[in-house]
Design a protein around this ligand. Structure first.
Ligand code: ATP
Ligand code: MG
Length: 469
């Protein structure tokens, strides 16, 4: 008990050290149950258990961030975060099923059944010079990006270091109170997304906040406040300094949010897609590519909203397809054979993408299979269509090909044929085969080169030319 008391006295720093411009006067407002509309039973049992057991152990503990925001908006939170004045070791001592994670900033994962709640200790502003309370950006790179964010602080400081006012609300499930230091509650009611503090400084500290602004506004149906939106276009290049793995995580959240299309349209309007997916830029400027990506994102959004599984590999394959197509065309024009040209085009695109965005290598295989099968859809004679149907990735590649038809890139007749072929019985399938598609002479020659296409299904170059012209 004495240890806890000492900890509480010494772990807090004076709130005067909060120096984010425009937030130093942050006043706590407590919103009681009769004013807000969060029913207690909507909180996940695990989050209630974690806050209540921490409180019983003498600490303060609140549900915080996205979960409170979503509950106030009548949405179901994806995950729950708890903020407390207990240190990770204290939290670990309270919960048997818990583990400390993270090296730079340590968090605790508390498990109840299949649910996990993330518990973090109130954090302060690590850009502040601790001796004199002014912003010194001691722990920032030359662009102002924060490299350190691991100083314990008070609850108020923890609110101020968050990104948007609507993400800085604390909820106490026991008292059913919302603690609001930054008028986040009013912003939620007004559907206004407002960054905490000085927008320029906050985006420089962490450029990913620009992406979060666009994603959250689309997801929550909020307007980005004018001052919050204004610097986004100009500061977009700062995203290049963000480690690729972090950019990738954010991009995945973005694409699988269920609001990807609205977000991409918004990103584009703000000039932000330049830093997000460098190649998206090139693609969106092509009339065919834009229609294709729009359809791919629309389908993905529908699937996410219907809670159907979505394959990120499929989506990446779609985002990069027109880049592959362009390379493929160039290589064929210089005389390379279709399958070889396609393989090289895929390798080129993946190599650039790997450097720029670090799409993990585990997605390469699915992208390559989907792309390579596009050529194989042209082989509609002999046993080739039968072999293709058995490919484990047939369904994904077929859906992909339908998108190409729908976008106007290829003749819809190809999609219709494959649709009919799948539905047909054995006899009908035989009758559907296009016997003349590949000239005999070439077919003979190709059989010696079969390994290139995986199962030897490469159609001849005239057929391949037809699909990409
Ligand atoms: P969602 O989970 O719906 O994508 P979220 O706001 O919960 O949205 P998380 O990534 O789960 O997003 O972050 C949890 C909380 O951590 C946020 O609500 C916010 O308070 C804080 N946070 C997240 N990212 C940042 C950031 N880049 N800068 C400052 N605070 C952040
Ligand atoms: Mg969250």
């Amino acid at each position: 008990m004495i240890r806890k008391l000492l900890h509480r006295v010494f772990s807090r720093k004076p709130s005067a050290s909060v120096s984010t411009p425009g937030t130093s006067g942050a006043e706590l407002r407590i919103i009681p149950r009769k004013q807000h509309a969060i029913p207690r039973h909507h909180i996940s049992p695990c989050a209630s258990k974690v806050t209540s057991e921490l409180q019983q152990a003498g600490y303060s503990a609140f549900v915080v961030g996205g979960a409170v925001r979503d509950l106030l908006l009548g949405l179901e939170p994806k995950d729950y975060d708890v903020a407390t004045n207990a240190t990770p070791e204290d939290v670990r001592a309270v919960f048997r099923r818990s583990r400390i994670i993270g090296r730079r900033f340590r968090l605790v994962h508390v498990m109840c059944g299949s649910e996990t709640v993330e518990v973090s200790t109130f954090r302060g502003d690590s850009s502040t010079d601790e001796d004199n309370g002014i912003t010194a950006n001691k722990h920032a790179d030359e662009h102002g990006r924060l490299l350190r964010d691991n100083v314990f602080g008070s609850q108020k400081e923890d609110a101020v270091r968050r990104d948007f006012t609507v993400n800085a609300l604390f909820y106490d499930p026991a008292k059913e109170e919302i603690w609001d230091y930054l008028n986040g509650y009013d912003d939620i009611k007004a559907k206004r997304l407002r960054i905490i503090g000085d927008p320029l400084q906050r985006y420089r500290e962490d450029p990913v906040r620009m992406l979060r602004a666009v994603r959250l506004a689309a997801k929550l149906g909020m307007q980005i406040d004018e001052a919050t939106a204004a610097p986004i276009g100009d500061l977009a290049p700062l995203l290049r300094n963000v480690p690729p793995s972090r950019l990738f995580d954010e991009m995945l959240k973005f694409l699988l949010s269920g609001y990807a299309l609205a977000s991409v349209v918004d990103l584009r309007a703000r000039g932000l897609h330049h830093g997000l997916l460098p190649m998206l830029d090139v693609i969106l400027e092509q009339p065919l590519g834009e229609r294709f990506i729009t359809l791919a994102l629309k389908n993905t959004d529908e699937r996410v909203r219907q809670e159907k599984p979505v394959s990120p590999g499929f989506l990446f394959a779609a985002l990069l397809w027109h880049e592959v197509l362009a390379q493929w065309n160039i290589r064929q024009a210089s005389g390379e054979k279709p399958m070889l040209a396609l393989q090289q085009a895929m390798d080129d695109v993946l190599a650039v993408q790997d450097k720029e965005l670090a799409i993990p290598r585990r997605y390469d295989v699915i992208m390559q299979e989907i792309w390579a099968m596009q050529l194989r859809f042209l082989g509609r004679g002999g046993r080739r269509p039968f072999r293709l149907l058995e490919h484990p990735r047939f369904r994904a590649a077929y859906d992909f090909m339908l998108l190409r038809c729908e976008s106007g890139e290829i003749d819809p007749e190809l999609g219709q044929w494959w649709e009919a072929f799948q539905r047909a019985d054995a006899g009908e399938r035989e009758a559907m085969l296009l016997k003349d598609e590949v000239p005999k002479k070439r077919r003979k020659r190709r059989s010696r080169r079969e390994p290139v296409a995986g199962d030897g299904a490469s159609p001849d170059s005239s057929a391949a030319d037809a699909v990409i012209s």
